[in-house]
Write a protein of this length. Structure first.
Length: 283
C-alpha cells in the first residue's frame, strides 16, 4: 500500500501555505497611498480654512507655502540650506554610531565595565541636550563644530542603551554553545552577540536619527549658524511668513526622507528580523 503524498492527502494545504508564504513575502509599497490621500485632504481643508475662515497675514495658505517652497528649491537657496543641515546632521549621527556602538557592546559584555561608569552615565543621561547649547557655545564657539558636538551627545544615548540591552539580552544558550565549540571572546562577540543585538542597534539608530535632526535644527535656530534653522529665523525676522513655513516644511520633508532611508537600510542589513516584524502588516 503506497503512501499518499502530502499534496494528494490535502490538496488545499499546499496552496494555502503557498498563499501565506506569498503574502508574508509581499513587497512593501513604495508609497503609503492612504497616507498621501489623507495628507492631501488635510491640505485642502487647511486651504479652505485659511481662505474663508482664518484670514491672517501670519497664517499663509498652503498654496502660498507651496509656492514659496517651489521658489526656494528653484533658486537653490533652500537646497543649500538643507544641504548644510543634512551634512551637519550626518556627521553628528555617524560619529554617534561610531562611538556609541562599541561602548554599548563593551558595557553589555562586561558587568564590571558597566558598574564602573554607571554613576557617570546616570548623571549625564538626564541632562537635556538643549540646555548644553550655551556651554557648547562657550567652549567651541558658534559654528558647525558646536552643532555636531551637541548632536553627537544627544544621538549617542539611544544607540548606546539599545546596543547595551541588545548584547545583554543575547541567548545565553547560544553564547555557551559557541564557547563549547572553542570560540574565543572576540569570535563570540562577532558571531553571536553582535547579530543578536543588531535589531536593537538598528532601532537605536532610527530613534537617534530623529533626535539628531531636531537638535541640529534647534542649534541652528539658536546660534544662527546656517542651515534650515537659520533660514527659519531669517524669514521670521523679515516677516516672510510663507517662506518661513516653507523652511519648516522642508525640515519635515528632510526628516521623512531620513527616516525612510534608515528604515530601508535596516531592512537590508537586519533582514532576518525585519521580515518577521513586517510580515504582520499585510494581515
Amino acid at each position: 500500500m503506497t503512501l499518499l503524498k502530502a499534496e494528494d492527502r490535502a490538496p488545499g494545504v499546499g496552496a494555502a501555505a503557498s498563499r501565506r508564504t506569498g503574502r508574508g513575502r509581499r513587497t512593501r509599497p513604495l508609497f503609503n497611498v492612504r497616507g498621501l490621500v489623507f495628507a492631501a485632504g488635510l491640505l485642502l481643508l487647511l486651504e479652505a480654512l485659511t481662505t474663508w475662515v482664518v484670514k491672517s497675514a501670519y497664517v499663509p495658505r498652503p498654496s502660498q507655502v507651496g509656492a514659496a517652497l517651489y521658489t526656494g528649491i528653484v533658486s537653490g537657496d533652500l537646497l543649500a540650506d538643507a544641504g548644510q543641515t543634512l551634512a551637519t546632521f550626518g556627521a553628528g549621527l555617524l560619529i554617534a554610531i561610531v562611538v556609541a556602538v562599541p561602548v554599548g557592546v563593551l558595557l553589555g559584555a562586561s558587568a564590571t565595565a558597566f558598574n564602573s561608569v554607571k554613576l557617570i552615565i546616570e548623571f549625564l543621561r538626564p541632562l537635556p541636550s538643549v540646555a548644553l547649547i550655551p556651554f557648547g557655545i562657550l567652549i567651541l564657539g558658534v559654528g558647525d563644530t558646536t552643532t555636531i558636538a551637541l548632536t553627537v551627545y544627544a544621538a549617542s544615548w539611544p544607540i548606546l542603551f539599545n546596543t547595551y540591552y541588545g548584547v545583554r539580552d543575547a541567548d545565553p544558550v547560544a553564547v555557551d554553545t559557541a564557547r563549547n565549540f572553542g570560540l574565543g571572546r572576540a569570535a563570540v562577540l562577532r558571531r553571536v552577540l553582535l547579530p543578536s543585538a543588531a535589531v536593537n542597534i538598528a532601532a537605536g539608530v532610527r530613534i537617534s536619527g530623529a533626535i539628531a535632526l531636531v537638535l541640529t535644527v534647534t542649534v541652528e535656530i539658536i546660534t544662527s549658524s546656517g542651515g534650515l534653522g537659520y533660514a527659519i529665523v531669517q524669514m521670521q525676522t523679515a516677516i516672510r511668513n510663507a517662506d518661513m513655513y516653507a523652511a519648516v516644511f522642508a525640515v519635515g520633508l528632510l526628516g521623512y526622507a531620513i527616516n525612510a532611508a534608515v528604515a530601508g537600510l535596516e531592512r537590508k542589513i537586519v533582514f532576518w528580523k525585519t521580515d518577521a516584524r513586517d510580515g504582520g502588516a499585510g494581515r
